[in-house]
Design a protein around this ligand. Structure first.
Ligand SMILES: *[C@@H]1O[C@H](CO)[C@@H](O)[C@H](O)[C@H]1NC(C)=O
Ligand SMILES: *[C@@H]1O[C@H](CO)[C@@H](O)[C@H](O)[C@H]1NC(C)=O
Ligand SMILES: [Zn+2]
Length: 649
């Protein structure tokens, strides 16, 4: 459900000579320097575009065809580009850009002044890229045996994450099979990545320091242009936590009803039972815990299959929505060049992603699309990225980014909020009932809550873990146990089996090994509701405290007034600090949790009542699962039940 948007740092490749422009006499006036800078920037931007294009093509060639040759080529291009980027950077920092009067010029220089990982010496740069590519290959090629397989070497032992393991997690209700898949996936990826990850941490930290950041966490947070950003996030989470606790308590009660004693009454939830490899979205277990089990449920996956949807038809349907609100259609190159289905003749990175090739023409999605409701929504998510690319394609190359990276993640999702409403699904023939049954509406709200509310603590803790890893506060010998400590503290989930530091479970999640920051998704899940609320107000479909017009029934389909303000924000790219972009759509300059809280208000009220009735425990007591240094310690403890293992988490 949560998909990567590959934020390719544009790289600079200089073919021509900047000799004339680069020579700045000591006594040029400020006006003259700014004039020179503007000319320099024209050439620099041109080269950056060309170069980003070359690099994106090489990255794509590898990600969509994981061969040694393509990897070699990708690494070579990246190294060449980095070298030239460094040269350009040395020229950039000779300008007194902080004194420039033209804000756009100044902002572009400011962006160019952060060099990123290209700051590393050549050998280290190559090494870092190789390490990340190797981890991606381990992750993308990992295969496990099915539950109950007799030997490890049979033909059957080729279950990959997408689609096989994802589907088992989503549909199997056999706790032993779920545990098997959960565990074997982590065994297949974690230990192989552990040493690589330590090297990755050291090298990226070194790069961050060469950019005058204390470590990578500071570098990542720099994107948000706000020194108090961390505390704002913390405070958003505090506001959202009461809602999370309610859905958590309700789900635990229902799981206990289904699975019995393996789910404790007051402890964290065993995460393999939640329908998703990382327990980041729980919507796949909705079927046996709906608020109104008898209210007829129209299943989106079944309906899509019944109507013979294909990958292409799913993406055409998404495109039609964007067009209906006056956003752009996908260019022909999109349809020609994207990979929308998993190929059978080669290994690829199946993790869905959207790509900008920085030539104002070529935009692609790579997704191993399955005809399911989940992929239907993911398709909208990815197309939201492409729509952003299209709207800001005429900005200077350094502004071809989201206002911040949370914005980029929010666009497709906010469209999907309309798409997923029963009202809309009925309009496009994916729901047949003639009008909304209030029980069904609450069921739907609950299902959406199982992916949106449950995601919040996960979206937050991914980088909480990494911030401390990068700062050195969490030492390599504590990586895994610290991970489980955060999983328990924020999500209230636990692993199905005890863990040790010989495991490396964070690596089981794509964004960790692929060097993709994650806070953006938490931000996205908050602000998409803020945007949705404002657009629905604009469309005349939502009024605060008007029960006739609740937020969850709004659908902005075909509403060009709403589409046009969105378009205006997207077209800004990152040319202004993000609060200004946010203001265009919402009139607000701050992230605000009240959007998502208002959206789920009817659900929250219902959950509180239900948890009261069932006398459910709210929150969780400490997990009985442990995390220790070595697997041997776990084995010893099993032999001798009297030994208690000191829990590190
Ligand atoms: C995959 O890459 C190899 C080069 O390593 C190339 O020979 C092959 O044609 C590519 N396959 C596809 C389907 O593009
Ligand atoms: C897309 O593919 C079609 C059919 O192969 C071809 O005729 C067309 O020129 C291509 N368009 C672009 C923009 O690549
Ligand atoms: Zn995304």
């Amino acid at each position: 459900m949560i998909r990567l948007y590959l934020n390719m740092l544009p790289k600079i490749f200089i073919i021509g000579c900047f000799c004339i422009l680069a020579i700045i006499a000591k006594d040029v006036s400020i006006e003259e320097e700014e004039y020179n800078a503007r000319n320099f920037l024209i050439l620099l931007n041109r080269q950056t575009e060309k170069d980003s294009n070359r690099l994106s093509l090489a990255n794509w060639a590898y990600a969509s065809n994981l061969t040694e040759e393509n990897l070699k080529n990708q690494l070579a291009v990246a190294a060449e580009v980095a070298k030239n980027e460094k040269e350009a950077w040395q020229r950039v920092i000779q300008y007194n850009w902080k004194t420039f009067s033209d804000p756009s010029l100044k902002r572009q220089f400011q962006k160019y002044s952060v060099l990123g990982i290209s700051a590393l010496p050549e050998e280290k740069f190559k090494n870092l890229n190789k390490i990340v590519s190797d981890m991606e290959a381990i992750y993308s090629k990992a295969k496990i045996c099915p539950f109950g397989a007799k030997t490890a070497e049979t033909e059957e032992c080729k279950l990959g994450l997408e689609p096989e393991l994802t589907n088992i997690l989503a549909t199997s209700r056999n706790p032993e099979e779920l545990k098997h898949v959960w565990l074997e996936w982590r065994n297949a990826v974690g230990p192989k990545c552990r040493l690589l990850y330590e090297q990755y941490v050291n090298l990226t930290n070194e790069a961050a320091r060469l950019n005058n950041f204390t470590d990578v966490s500071e570098y990542w947070l720099d994107d948000y242009e706000d020194p108090n950003f961390k505390s704002q996030i913390q405070s958003l989470w505090e506001q959202l936590k009461p809602l999370y606790l309610q859905i958590h308590a309700y789900v635990r009660t229902k799981l206990r009803g289904k699975y019995g004693e393996i789910v404790s009454e007051k402890g964290p939830i065993p995460m393999h039972l939640l329908g998703n490899m990382w327990a980041q979205s729980w919507s796949n277990v909705a079927d046996f815990m709906l608020p109104y089990p008898d209210a007829k449920d129209e299943n989106l996956t079944e309906e899509l299959k019944k109507q013979n949807y294909t990958a292409t038809k799913i993406f055409r349907t998404a495109e039609e929505f964007f067009k209906s609100i006056n956003l752009s259609e996908m260019p022909e190159t999109f349809w020609n060049n994207s990979v929308l289905e998993k190929p059978s003749d080669r290994e690829i990175v199946c993790h869905a992603s959207a790509w900008d090739f920085f030539d104002q023409k070529d935009f692609r999605i790579k997704q191993c699309t399955e005809v399911t409701g989940e992929h239907f929504i993911t398709a909208h998510h990815e197309m939201g990225h492409i729509e952003y690319f299209l709207q800001y394609k005429d900005q200077p190359v350094k502004f071809r980014e989201g206002a911040n990276d949370g914005f980029h993640e929010a666009i497709g999702d906010l469209i999907a909020l309309s798409v997923e409403s029963t009202k809309h699904l009925r309009k496009i023939g994916l729901v047949h009932s003639e009008k909304d049954d209030p029980k069904q509406v609450l069921n739907n709200l609950f299902k959406l809550g199982l992916s949106k509310i449950t995601f919040l603590p996960f979206g937050y803790l991914m980088d909480l873990w990494r911030w401390d890893v990068f700062s050195g506060k969490t030492k390599p010998e504590d990586y895994n146990c610290k991970w489980w400590e955060l999983r328990e503290k924020y999500q209230g989930v636990e692993p199905p089996v005890d863990r040790s530091e010989e495991d490396f479970d964070p690596a089981g999640k794509y964004h960790i090994i692929a060097d993709v920051p994650y806070l953006r998704y938490f931000i996205s899940f908050v602000i998409q509701f803020q945007f949705h609320r404002s657009l629905c107000e604009k469309a005349g479909q939502y009024e605060h405290n008007n029960l006739e017009k609740p937020l969850h029934e709004c659908d902005i389909y075909q509403n060009q007034a709403a589409g046009n303000v969105l378009k205006q924000m997207l077209a800004m790219g990152s040319s202004k600090p993000w609060p200004e972009a946010m203001e265009v759509v919402t009139g607000q300059r701050k992230m605000d949790a009240s959007g998502i809280l208002e959206y789920f208000k009817p659900l929250q009220t219902w959950l509180e009542e239900e948890n009261r009735k069932s006398n459910a425990f709210i929150g969780w007591e400490p997990s009985k699962k442990v995390c220790v240094r070595t697997r041997q310690e776990l084995l010893d403890a099993q032999k001798d039940n009297t030994t208690t293992i000191p829990a590190q988490a």
